[in-house]
Design a protein around this ligand. Structure first.
Ligand code: ATP
Length: 394
């Protein structure tokens, strides 16, 4: 086991592509760190630099306190699990799992015992004599895991190990990976673009964008206190709604935000939690509302100044909840109501064609497309961002 430290690590590929810039991360001994971000943000490059599969252009990588910048991959004692599994097709499951041990000339009886132990943990015991082509995707993935585990490496490095599996299997394997990592307590760096994986697996989550670390924090902290609009928009599904709003604060210390003909009172506790908001009095900012902080006002009570009137534009029943899309600008939507309700579709289109908010409503609501709605907003959960910098105001 070992901690992994990246200190101001950068990577510029020979063709001049700057994939990672000044990345500093301390992964603690035994920690499960997930690196997440959109495609091309440099996650894989960062992982490959830890593994020793990619040369570092600048900075320092340390494993267990030892600088490994020039240590070849095979001597770093870390195990990498790839998206493609990279199994040997001509070897049995047993031999695939045993590969790293055999390579290191481990005594046969030790190999036998270790492989069987690991196969037991991964529920592969019945399949040891099979070849990879006779396995399901989930089983192959477990063989790839087994090969990493059996070596008892100082750390696991995983690059989107579940992305080739269907959604159900992905959920199962996710739980299995979490359990194995917890049982073994091996330091793990896990790369994914899937925020559900990030939020459920990570002790901490590092969010990257365009080669730069945006924020590293516990999943809850990322969700509650995103540092900027990009993290706020990336964490949470559906994504946080963001609208430009006016912010005002009266002499009595009462604050409100206004947008699209709506006015929401900002609770005092929010002002206390975000003292910097006071500096935005009379200015515009970006208001963030999480879909899950909205519901039908007929079902949920709330203080005055916590509702939005609009018209349901699109209603998606998801079973556990209902996604209700509605235009931000309710006035405009209403004025167009007659015209658009008579149309073939029977739906009210959003003014301007796209300015919709989405709320994740309780499944008890019965809302039809085109129906006027009153939306209750949990205003304690409002987010605020600087309109120029995108940084969270707090
Ligand atoms: P994905 O989720 O799509 O795998 P990623 O976040 O893992 O993306 P990387 O694979 O690390 O991103 O790539 C980061 C950037 O570096 C991208 O712009 C990519 O095109 C570029 N890149 C990756 N490998 C090379 C290479 N060998 N030569 C030049 N550029 C590269």
């Amino acid at each position: 086991m070992a901690g992994i430290e990246l200190e101001r690590v950068s990577k510029v590929y020979p063709d001049g592509t700057r994939a990672v810039t000044d990345l500093s991360i301390d992964v603690m001994d035994g920690e499960f760190l997930v690196v997440v971000g959109p495609s091309g943000c440099g996650k894989t490059t960062a992982l490959r630099m830890i593994a020793g599969l990619e040369k570092i252009s600048d900075g320092e990588v340390r494993i267990d306190g030892e600088v490994v910048n020039t240590v070849p991959a095979r001597d770093r004692d870390v195990a990498m699990v790839f998206q493609s599994y990279a199994l040997y097709p001509h070897l049995t499951v047993f031999d695939n799992i045993a590969f790293g041990l055999t390579l290191r000339k481990t005594p046969r009886d030790v190999v036998e015992r270790r492989v069987r132990e690991v196969a037991e943990v991964l529920e592969l015991g019945e399949h040891l004599r099979r070849k990879p082509r006779h396995l399901s995707g989930g089983q192959r993935q477990r063989v790839a895991m087994g090969r990493a585990i059996v070596r008892e490496p100082r750390a696991f490095l995983m690059d989107e190990p579940l992305s080739n599996l269907d959604a159900k299997l992905r959920g199962q394997m996710r739980a299995q990976i979490a359990r194995i990592q917890r049982d073994l307590g091996v330091t793990t760096v896990y790369v994914t673009h899937d925020q559900t994986e990030a939020m459920t697996l990570g002790d901490r989550v590092a969010v990257m964008r365009a080669g730069v670390l945006q924020q590293i924090a516990s999943p809850q902290q990322l969700y509650d206190e995103p540092v900027d609009m990009s993290v706020a928009g990336f964490i949470g599904s559906p994504a946080m709604n963001m609208v430009v709003a006016g912010f005002d604060l009266d002499d009595a210390g009462r604050a409100a935000v206004s947008f699209g003909g709506h006015r929401l009172a900002v609770p005092e506790i929010v002002l206390r939690r975000r003292p910097a908001l006071a500096g935005y009095a009379g200015r515009r900012l970006v208001l963030g509302i999480r879909p899950e902080d909205m519901d039908d006002a007929a079902l949920v009570d709330g203080p005055d100044g916590s509702t939005l009137d609009s018209v349901a534009d699109l209603v998606e029943a998801m079973g556990a909840d209902v996604m209700v899309h509605f235009p931000i600008d309710a006035e405009q939507a209403r004025s167009e109501e007659h015209e658009t309700l008579d149309r073939e579709s029977g739906r009210v289109r959003a003014p301007g064609g796209g300015a919709l908010l989405v709320g994740r409503f309780s499944p008890r609501v019965r809302i039809f497309e085109g129906q006027p709605i009153t939306v209750r907003v949990d205003t304690e959960g409002l987010h605020f961002f600087d309109i120029d910098t995108g940084r969270s105001i707090r």
